[in-house]
Design a protein around this ligand. Structure first.
Ligand code: GN1
Ligand code: MG
Length: 372
């Protein structure tokens, strides 16, 4: 219960009204520790989302919270201006009694508090393509809502987050440092990654040459970062705004496919269950192009299938690199968890490589349908 004592002491920094009645740890993310906290205020039940921020991953909390504050306030204004409901359609940050966007406890641990949105659910694995289509519309809409956000005001909360050239270099370093002594457990996987070095520079080069635009991107477009309305199943709110940074739209599209169009879970142990569902790729492509297609250039559209492969390869390198480093970055539940995750990612890369022509045909179909 020591965790809950931490939670209670963090809550004391806020003036949320009412009395604390309970708390539940939520388990969706690999980075922060997140809790739903319950209050009762004059007979009324209230919930908030309290997060213990991972400052190993986000080393500069000031920069992180400057972005989160800027983006949540901006989204709230734009959504209200469009006649939407900012209380349900975006995150709202609560400030401490001192007016700060986060609280540092006696042990140096950082906490922040958001609204808890009722009547929603998250999805870990897609069971019907309609839901994935709805996720795509939500991420496409998110992109459009932030289209005019002052991009220069955004801090780089994790430098080179999707720079696949530097991710490849990080992987090579993790392999040669081999801090966990486990590199020999993944010889085949390592070979698979090293053989794909040239893929890693494709988007970075296009960006450098000015052939792809830098835009405000979410950068962590996992399916479980969409909140779906319980009644309509529409994706109503995008969460996990810590990596909103200047980036490529292709990072967002590719990462969504990586996670959501996989026929197996990210940590499925039986890799024979891993494949790219073309039906789900179709549904996501349709939803994304319908919502955001007009804001994309021809080059961005052309590289949509490739982005799915690259983001999956990147994630495989990150999981395997963390396995070699001794599981210091991603939360793990058992010793081989990062290795298992890396294997699913690489199996998915292999399947995407086989299906690239079909993926290109799907993109082309919707490019024509939406006259893009
Ligand atoms: C992390 O926090 P979460 O679980 O949404 C990670 C993503 C990875 C993802 C892999 C800040 O996302 O980049 O793609 O795990 N977030 C960060 O599941 O590193
Ligand atoms: Mg998340």
């Amino acid at each position: 219960m020591s965790d809950f004592q931490d939670v209670r002491s963090a809550l004391a920094a806020y003036d949320l009204g009412g009395s604390f009645t309970g708390c539940e740890k939520l388990t969706d993310g690999h980075i922060h520790s997140t809790y739903r906290v319950d209050f009762e205020d004059g007979g009324e039940k209230k919930h908030y989302l309290l997060q213990n921020v991972n400052t190993y991953v986000f080393k500069d909390i000031e920069k992180l919270m400057k972005n989160v504050r800027g983006v949540t306030e901006y989204l709230g204004r734009v959504i209200a201006g469009n006649g939407g409901d900012p209380g349900r359609e975006c995150l709202k940050l609560f400030y401490t009694k001192d007016g700060s966007s986060y609280y540092t406890d006696d042990s140096g641990s950082c906490w922040r508090c958001y609204n808890y949105i009722d009547g929603i659910h998250t999805v870990q694995q897609i069971e019907n393509s309609e839901v994935f289509y709805n996720a795509a519309k939500a991420f496409g809409t998110f992109r459009c809502l932030l289209a005019d956000y002052p991009i220069d005001s955004l801090e780089e909360t994790i430098p080179d987050f999707h720079n696949t050239v530097s991710r490849f270099a990080d992987f090579r370093k993790a392999l040669s440092d081999n801090l966990s002594g486990r590199a020999q457990n993944a010889v085949k996987e390592t070979k698979f990654i090293l053989a794909r070095e040239s893929d890693c520079s494709v988007l970075v080069d296009l960006l450098e040459k000015g052939e792809l635009p830098l835009t405000v991107t979410h950068n962590d477009t996992k399916l479980n970062n969409v909140l779906f309305d319980d009644e309509t199943n529409e994706g109503i709110c995008i969460v996990d705004l810590d990596t909103v940074m200047p980036g490529l739209s292709l990072y967002d599209f590719g990462d969504s496919i990586r996670f959501g169009a996989n026929t197996a879970a990210e940590d499925e142990k039986d890799v024979s269950k891993v494949s790219l569902s073309l039906e789900l790729f179709d549904a996501y492509t349709k939803g994304y192009l319908e919502a955001a297609g007009e804001s994309l250039t021809a080059k961005e559209i052309e590289y949509l299938p490739f982005s799915a492969k690259l983001m999956t390869l990147e994630c495989g390198m990150r999981f395997l690199g963390d396995y070699f480093n001794g599981d210091v970055y991603f939360h793990t539940e058992y010793p081989e968890h990062n290795l298992v995750r890396a294997r699913t990612q690489l199996a998915l890369v292999a399947d995407i490589e086989k299906k690239t022509d079909e993926m290109k045909a799907i993109v082309e179909k919707y490019r024509r349908e939406f006259s893009l």
